[in-house]
Design a protein around this ligand. Structure first.
Ligand code: ATP
Length: 359
């Protein structure tokens, strides 16, 4: 009997209510075409959950998610949440609870679209549950504190376990790409923290002799990736460096609307675009759904890998090639890319293309 996959749908906030439905439309078209059974489950979260249920993270949400194979999470606009203990930012909780140790963020230039480097095709694999981010690097309290009015201390956490886990994600990914991993760190200064991260990357590199491995100091990387991004294939790095560098590489290929992402652990994965909830354009129907739709494809691909189900890889490929042809060949794009199409028009066109191709 073939497996029925269960995938959660969590709209998030602001433009999440616009880009997530188009993502699900594309994913549904792709899985339907491959004959894959999916049980889609709406899970309330964020501001909409707060307004209807009194909390941004309703009771039972984590238990529900645990039962799923993965989920699509729209952007969370927590900075606009009311100042209330029931209005917490769900992000760090989700990443921590499910040990989503690897945040995979591709940057690929699309043909014919304005980009600083049209040949760019690389992936940043960022450690996702420790590092410098003070809201997720401790189990209680906060990794940042102020012992006097004029002194602040920020703690950075690096563990062998998560360094190894993110390195394995990077090497596995590289095997499906150009077989090249670059570890980015600054062990010249952070001799212990970055030193430990680098050591774990080197150990994993020995287990993947078929993948080329090198190390680049983070400031050198920042310069080199801007000048010659084609030098890089898969880049593995710690949380804060990856956060910054993945926005930089998104800039190289046309901006946040084109920056998808997947947060993956050993048991669950969460599709989540790099961009925020963009309250400035929310409700106008002009948000670019590319990043979220391709994130949805990455989730299907991850499920395909985990379950050794090639149908899911084909579904993921169909989504990516369809949205690329809608942008590159039809020129149907949202205003951030110079087009005039709405979010829904792009989504409908992508779903139609998925069903048309090869049928
Ligand atoms: P966060 O810190 O939560 O990631 P942010 O401060 O980086 O958020 P975003 O919400 O990502 O901010 O928005 C940054 C800019 O990019 C805004 O002008 C926003 O309108 C634009 N933007 C973000 N996502 C999209 C999108 N999908 N389509 C079009 N424009 C977008």
């Amino acid at each position: 009997m073939t497996k029925t996959y269960s995938i959660g749908v969590l709209n998030g906030d602001d433009i999440g209510h616009e880009v997530v439905p188009e993502t699900i439309r594309a994913m549904k078209a792709a899985v339907e075409k491959e004959g894959i059974d999916v049980d889609w489950q709406d899970v309330p979260i964020g501001r909409a959950a707060y307004d209807s249920l009194g909390t941004t993270m309703p009771d039972g949400t984590l238990d529900r998610l645990r039962q799923l194979d993965g989920w699509v999470l729209g952007p969370i606009g927590h900075r606009e949440y009311p100042d209330d203990a029931m209005a917490i930012n769900p992000h760090p909780i989700l990443r921590k609870q499910f040990e989503l140790h690897s945040n995979i963020r591709p940057s690929r230039a699309l043909k014919g679209l304005p980009s600083i480097h049209p040949e760019t095709d690389l992936v940043i694999v960022r450690e996702n549950i420790e590092g410098f981010q003070p809201d997720r690097n401790v189990v209680a309290g906060c990794g940042e504190f102020r012992p006097t009015h004029d002194t602040t201390i920020s703690v950075r956490v690096i563990t062998r376990k998560n360094s190894r886990a993110v390195a394995i994600s990077a090497f596995e990914l590289a095997r499906r790409r150009q077989r090249k991993v670059t570890a980015v760190h600054k062990n010249t200064v952070f001799k212990l923290g970055c030193g430990m991260f680098a050591e774990e990357c080197r150990k994993v590199a020995e287990e993947y002799p078929d993948v080329e491995f090198n190390e680049v100091i983070v400031d050198t990387f920042a310069m080199r990736v801007v000048m010659k991004p084609t030098d890089f294939d898969v880049v593995v790095t710690t949380n804060m460096f990856g956060d910054i560098l993945s926005d930089l590489t998104a800039g190289l290929v046309g901006g946040l609307g084109l920056a998808p992402g997947l947060s993956a652990g050993d048991t669950h994965a969460m599709a989540q675009a790099t961009h925020g909830s963009a309250p400035d354009i929310s409700g106008r129907g002009i948000a670019n759904p590319y990043a979220m739709i391709v994130s949805g494809a990455m989730l299907l691909d991850w499920l395909g890998q985990k379950n050794r189900d090639d149908r899911l890889h084909r579904a993921a490929d169909a989504i990516v090639s369809s949205i690329e042809s809608v942008f590159e060949q039809d020129g149907v794009m949202t205003p951030d890319l110079g087009g005039t199409a709405s979010t829904v028009e792009v989504g409908e066109r992508v779903a139609d293309r998925i069903l048309e191709v090869g049928s």
